[in-house]
Design a protein around this ligand. Structure first.
Ligand code: EZ4
Ligand code: CO
Length: 401
């Protein structure tokens, strides 16, 4: 089953997406998400200029061999651009294999380990009252797990607080540089969760994303302050370039810790996992080398009581979400899946078999990943340059966004 063609499709139905389409001599094609928020065209070039020409004529069934060929064969290893490009090819090959064999991808990964995939939604508000209302709307919609983010009094712009229904941090027109104060944040956040727990009772899973803003000892303080409110997890408490820094957080709190949405390989998290200093690993199909590499991370995590909690924001396309759901359904140590519904135009460009129902999701039983792309419609939404914000402290110092 030779690969006879491939293309990179860049479109912006509500936001930018990069998609790889690989075609085989049998007429079967596969899709892979290659979207790297704010750096989309770098991956498109990596794929179009350097990877696709190498795939022509290769056997599409040899997924692991092609993965190793692209990883070791580039000589220059890892990094978000490389690993996103490899991920897209990998997902497309799993899609092709599923279609060729007439089975959904999760069946190729060992079959379902559970009935459905638990997901969490994103609630946010400008005040605690608004955030309570937003969480209430998710509960009413059937969610069992909700991430809560709230504007911090005294700061004009807080990570994770939506403008309207859809939270979308990338901005098209200008480089956005909101100001940040960890002092104000740390003084405020425990009161949000005290209120949410009082309103919603003990059973609702509550999550929170710190988004890399704190030092390890500040994160330890926050985790400890949140302990009475039993969070499902505290996400990205500190930047993770230094994996050892999570030991300090761990020593100071029993609040579960999740990290990994920006990781691109197992080498970004093997110490975090082996030290058992985290509880959830958030690596995703699109940014961590595809389904093949994500399974290796999940297997290492399984040895160390670490469960999966894949990133699933709207900048990960429906192709990635589908791939994530196939992995989630199959790995034994699944924890939870992040879920932000895409914009209506995105869903029209990417018709899909997956569905949300009663707080859980199902990948569906369509052979392959179960997602298609309407290329004609996609062409009506051309790429628009967009960037993520850059955070600065109140004195102007660049900080982690
Ligand atoms: O900031 O996907 O948990 N979700 C997140 C997201 C990320 C964006 C970055 O592209 O942290 O909102
Ligand atoms: Co996050």
């Amino acid at each position: 089953m030779r690969i006879v063609g491939g293309k990179v499709i860049v479109c912006s139905p509500g936001r930018n997406f990069v998609t790889v389409k690989l075609e085989t001599e049998d007429g079967i094609y596969g899709l892979g998400d290659a979207t790297l928020n704010g750096r989309e065209l770098a991956v498109a070039s990596y794929l179009g200029d350097h990877v696709l020409p190498l795939l022509e004529g290769r056997d599409a069934r040899r997924i692991e061999d092609i993965w190793q060929f692209l990883y070791k064969g580039a000589y220059w290893r890892r990094g978000p651009v490389t690993m996103t490009a490899i991920a897209a090819v990998d997902a497309a090959l799993w899609d092709i294999k599923g279609k060729a064999l007439g089975v959904p991808v999760y069946q190729l990964l060992g079959g379902a380990s559970r009935d459905a995939v638990l997901v969490y939604g994103h609630a946010s508000g400008g005040t605690i009252d608004e955030t309570v209302d937003a969480v209430g709307r998710y509960v009413a919609a059937g969610y069992h797990a909700v991430r809560a983010q709230c504007s911090v009094p005294g700061l004009t712009d807080t990570y994770g607080v939506g403008r309207g229904d859809h939270y979308e941090p990338a901005v098209r027109t200008q480089l956005h540089e909101p100001r940040w104060s960890s002092t104000r944040y740390l003084n405020f956040v425990p009161s949000l969760f005290e209120r949410l727990r009082a309103v919603f009772g003990p059973d609702l899973h509550l999550l929170h994303d710190v988004h890399h803003r704190l030092t390890p000892i500040e994160a330890g303080r926050l985790g400890r302050a949140l302990e009475p409110h039993h969070l499902f997890w505290m996400e990205d408490p500190t930047p993770a370039e230094n994996q050892e820094s999570f030991r300090l957080i761990r020593q100071h709190t029993t609040t579960p810790i999740a990290v990994g949405e920006v990781f691109n390989s197992i080498f970004d998290c093997h110490r975090l996992i082996e030290d058992e200093s985290i509880d959830y690993i958030r690596t995703t199909v699109v940014h961590a080398g595809g389904i093949s590499h994500l399974r290796k991370i999940a297997s290492l995590a399984e040895l160390h009581h670490v469960r999966t909690g894949s990133h699933g924001a709207t900048d990960l396309s429906p192709v990635c979400l589908a791939a994530a759901l196939h992995v989630d359904l199959s790995v034994h140590n699944f924890g939870i899946q992040e879920y932000m519904p895409h914009a209506a135009d995105t869903d029209r460009v990417f018709p899909h078999a997956y569905r949300f129902e009663g707080g859980v999701m199902y990948p569906g039983d369509t052979p392959g990943l179960g997602v298609d792309i309407d290329e004609e419609l996609a062409a009506t939404f051309p790429y628009q340059r967009a960037y993520l914000p850059v955070a600065r402290l109140t004195d102007g110092t660049v900080h982690d966004w």
